[in-house]
Write a protein that binds this ligand. Structure first.
Ligand code: SF4
Ligand code: MG
Length: 327
């Protein structure tokens, strides 16, 4: 297993108390596999990734438990120096907002080049050649001319391609992409997502795709982990989830995707809002919003039930959900 996150816990101290932003999350990604981590904002999906990458702002965030096994070694117990080395060579991250992730006063070619001069000890000239190659690889037109341009001179889609190029530069084993296309318009989103999927295949990398949009993951992901209020509530191969969700929250997300074959039908929206992580409802955190909730849901936290091989649901009534009762 390339990345194996086990029972990860992250707390934040807030004015309202302790927020359990990540509350016992486990997921795994194999080489060449794409895992989509899905959930509304505030579900803990980004914080989980930041804990894996070691970029969690501390304080107020604090990892309080669990393991992050990357290529068999627990990143959380390695010495800082060693940890940085392992992460630097093996892991890369793509953020939603390329404009703030890139240095505004440095030409993009120099930023790409630095990956090679700093980490690979190349000369500036060699690094420039590699930078142009990479810009070409992510299909930036006229890369050789544009290598001297600054981030603000590129469109949002092109900047996101530059972020992808930066992530690819050191040929990591795993890329974590946090809402990589959310800031882009729909056509550009699809192009950037296709490019990412294509490069993942070509480089045989693992990919964790964090998104709030179930619509973008169908074609790229192998597995989906759905997060709610700091926990994974459903985890399954992508096709199983689309066929029949085993958790009412996943079902709600699926029913709120616009579909061509459902034209004219009113789009479903999950009622209410995700909870404040410092005041998560007792029992199943989803119960105030769940159309299937019963008394037991208000008192007992549902464990992650094994629904099938490689498939889990944290719902007391996953069988009913799977059958589509009360739909
Ligand atoms: Fe809904 Fe109860 Fe299942 Fe939670 S445990 S998702 S409230 S049915
Ligand atoms: Mg986020």
């Amino acid at each position: 297993m390339l990345l194996d996150v086990r029972d990860l816990r992250v707390e934040f101290r807030t004015r309202d108390g302790v927020a359990h932003a990540v509350n016992g999350v486990s997921y795994a990604v194999d080489a060449g596999e794409t895992l989509a981590v899905l959930g509304e904002s505030g579900s803990g999906k980004s914080v989980t990734a930041q804990a894996v990458m070691g970029i969690l702002d501390t304080p107020p965030g604090r990892i309080t438990g669990g393991q992050v096994l990357f290529q068999g070694r627990d990143l959380l117990t390695l010495k800082e120096e060693e940890r940085r080395k392992v992460r630097g060579a093996g892991l890369a991250m793509i953020f939603q907002d390329a404009l703030s992730a890139l240095n505004p006063v440095l030409p993009v070619g120099d930023q790409l080049g630095e990956m090679f001069t700093v980490h690979r000890g190349m000369s500036k000239k060699e690094a420039r050649v590699r930078a142009v190659e990479l810009m070409d690889r992510v299909r930036i037109p006229a890369a050789a001319q544009r290598v001297r341009d600054y981030p603000h001179q590129f469109s949002g889609g092109m900047r996101q391609r530059i972020m992808i190029a930066m992530a690819l530069a050191l040929e990591p084993a795993l890329i974590i992409a946090d809402e990589p296309t959310t800031a882009l318009d729909v056509t550009v989103q699809a192009q950037v997502m296709d490019l990412l999927a294509e490069l993942r295949r070509e480089y045989r990398m693992g990919l964790i795709l964090i998104t709030h949009d179930l619509g973008v993951v169908a074609d790229v992901a192998d597995r989906i982990a759905v997060m709610y209020a700091g926990r994974i509530v459903e985890s399954a191969p992508v096709h199983d989830i689309y066929k029949a969700p085993a958790h009412p929250y996943t079902r709600g997300l699926l029913d709120s995707i616009p579909r061509l074959d459902h034209k004219g039908r009113e789009l479903y929206a999950i009622k209410g809002l995700p909870p404040d992580l410092a005041a998560v409802p007792p029992g199943c955190a989803f119960h105030p919003r769940c159309p299937m909730a019963r008394d037991v849901c208000r008192t007992d936290v549902p464990p992650l039930h094994a629904v099938a091989d490689g498939r889990g649901s944290a719902c007391h009534f996953w069988r009913e959900c799977l059958r589509g009762d009360e739909r």
